[in-house]
Design a binder for this molecule. Structure first.
Ligand code: C2O
Ligand code: CU
Ligand code: CU
Length: 511
């Protein structure tokens, strides 16, 4: 399925060329003052076709779709403009009111979802709220989440993959004014990295060669919307906020010199205490925050962030066979599980080494006695029929809710998600809307343990999560509280092609 057709549609309207300087080593984000706590912000966010040079060698501008933002009210620090195809970065505080006037300048329906934020159903970007081309949608919400690294992207039924791929995604940071006081790197040393894979044709245009089984896998890695691998840093300490904004690719992130990664945060903000991992597994939709130290002086030497090889990425079968199936790789030259380099930290200039805090605030996990179905978790089975992945044997329907997809407002539940669909299995990043959950337990079936072993040490279940990587042959127990907002929300696979092909269902939070 070499579907370049949609990009043709995107060409019909052209916007001015993106600012892009391919030979310049990207610099770190500028230091910005944190927003004042009370001021509400208002943003005009427009999705529209545009151009951006994606291949510096080829030189020709690619047709993309992007979010452009304009701050209508609030301090300038609340919306950091993008210099790539990515959307602007929101930078807000907990308790701040955010109003967004979304305008869909595409020729097809779209809607914006604020991934990881706990919001009312009207503000959550459920596909049923998608507006047609030319349409508008107004958001008005107060940020309640813990400080952390969240993001936003389109969420129309069946078209999320192509829209995100075309460029529609951006960061939504909930910043904490106390970070400096607690000894965390701030300003230019608080560095977001959005990792995505892309496939370009000879003319430097994006090719969306996706298949509903494996998804989309590109062969070039973009960081912060740029194909240039070099990230300029200073010596000293950094907080790296890494988002996997790819459609289907899973990264097994490690440093080229094998030093361990120090993880300080996950999807829902800081951990209770830093943890060391030999590598980190990061699936589409997931975020990880890393404490990085680039040595006491610039002489420390450059280091690469790599993605290491792993098995069970989708090109393999269980039963110990580990057979590679060409079709399962979607024909990609860089299958899920292949090794490659992500970016190089080029050390230019001197920063400041900080002492890693031994702990952060304790995480208030939901206690056992609060769980209404303890010992009998709500079960969600990944299955496949007619080459489509499903949840409990069903595909997405805009409003349908099965009896086992109803939960009660103000309760805490355990869910068990199982990926036991037989010999043909893939990893699925499972994402729930309407809040953050904790990962209680993972169990891998014996015949999949060898495959799981190549990613397990990099799973970070120590913090609040909204997306969790479910390995082939694995079952995961989650705990989540349904608070504050009743309504219809979705849970789905964040492999965007799986989601678009129906691996998504509603759940209803009832009063
Ligand atoms: Cu990031 Cu429902 O998605
Ligand atoms: Cu989401
Ligand atoms: Cu999936």
């Amino acid at each position: 399925m070499a579907a370049a057709a949609w990009i043709g549609a995107a060409c019909s309207r052209r916007a001015p060329q993106d600012r892009f300087a391919p030979t310049v080593v990207p610099v770190a984000a500028p230091a910005l003052p944190v927003p004042s706590p009370t001021a509400s912000i208002e943003v005009a966010l427009r999705a529209h076709p545009a151009e951006s040079v994606l291949d510096p060698a080829g030189g020709r501008a690619a047709q993309i779709w992007r979010f452009d933002g304009q701050l209508l009210a609030g301090g300038a620090e609340a919306l950091v403009p993008s210099t790539s195809y990515l959307g602007p970065t929101f930078q807000v505080r907990r308790g701040q009111r955010v109003r967004v006037r979304f305008e869909n300048g595409l020729d097809e329906p779209s809607i914006v979802h604020w991934h990881g934020l706990q919001l009312s159903q009207e503000n959550d970007g459920h596909p049923r709220f998608a507006v047609a081309g030319g349409g508008k949608y107004h958001y008005d919400f107060t940020v309640e989440n813990r400080p952390g690294t969240y993001w936003y992207h389109p969420h129309p039924d069946g078209r999320t993959g192509p829209q995100v791929y075309a460029g529609m995604a951006g960061l939504f940071l909930v910043v904490d004014p106390d970070d400096q006081a607690r000894g965390l790197p701030t300003g230019e040393f608080d560095l977001p990295l959005v990792i995505q894979d892309r496939l370009l044709d000879d003319g430097g245009q994006l090719v969306y060669a996706a298949n509903p089984m494996v998804g989309f896998l590109g062969d070039r890695i973009f960081v912060n919307g740029r194909p240039t691998p070099d990230i300029a840093v200073r010596s000293g300490s950094y907080r790296l906020r890494i988002l996997n904004g790819s459609n289907s690719r899973i990264y097994k992130l490690a440093y080229s010199d094998n030093r361990p990664l120090t993880v300080i945060g996950t999807d829902g903000g800081l951990l209770g205490a830093p943890v060391r991992k030999p590598y980190v597994a990061l699936a589409p939709g997931e975020r990880i925050e890393i404490w990085a130290d680039f040595g006491p002086s610039p002489a420390g030497g450059d280091v690469w962030l790599e993605s290491r090889a792993f098995s069970g990425g989708g090109g393999t079968m269980g039963m110990g066979g580990m057979m590679s199936m060409g079709s399962m790789n979607g024909g990609s030259r860089l299958p899920n599980g292949a090794a490659f380099r992500v970016c190089r930290f080029v050390i230019r200039g001197t920063g400041r080494s900080l002492r890693l805090p031994p702990r952060f605030e304790p995480l208030d996990w939901r206690p056992n006695d609060e769980v209404v179905n303890r010992g009998q978790p709500r079960r969600i089975d990944v299955s496949m029929a007619m080459m489509r992945w499903m949840l409990n044997g069903q595909s997405f329907d805009m409003t349908d809710v099965a009896p086992n997809e109803r939960v009660k407002l103000g309760t805490t539940e355990d869910w068990e998600i199982r990926n036991l669909s037989g010999t043909m299995a893939m990893p699925h990043p499972i994402h729930l809307h309407a809040g953050q959950f904790q990962v209680l337990e993972r169990v891998v079936a014996p015949e999949w343990q060898a495959s799981a072993a190549s990613l397990q040490a990099g799973l970070v279940d120590e913090g609040w999560k909204d997306t969790v990587l479910l390995l082939p042959g694995e079952r995961i127990r989650l705990r989540m509280r349904f608070e504050r907002y009743p309504g219809l929300f979705v849970y789905h696979c964040h492999n965007l092609e799986h989601e678009d092909a129906g691996m998504m269902r509603n759940f209803l939070i009832e009063v």
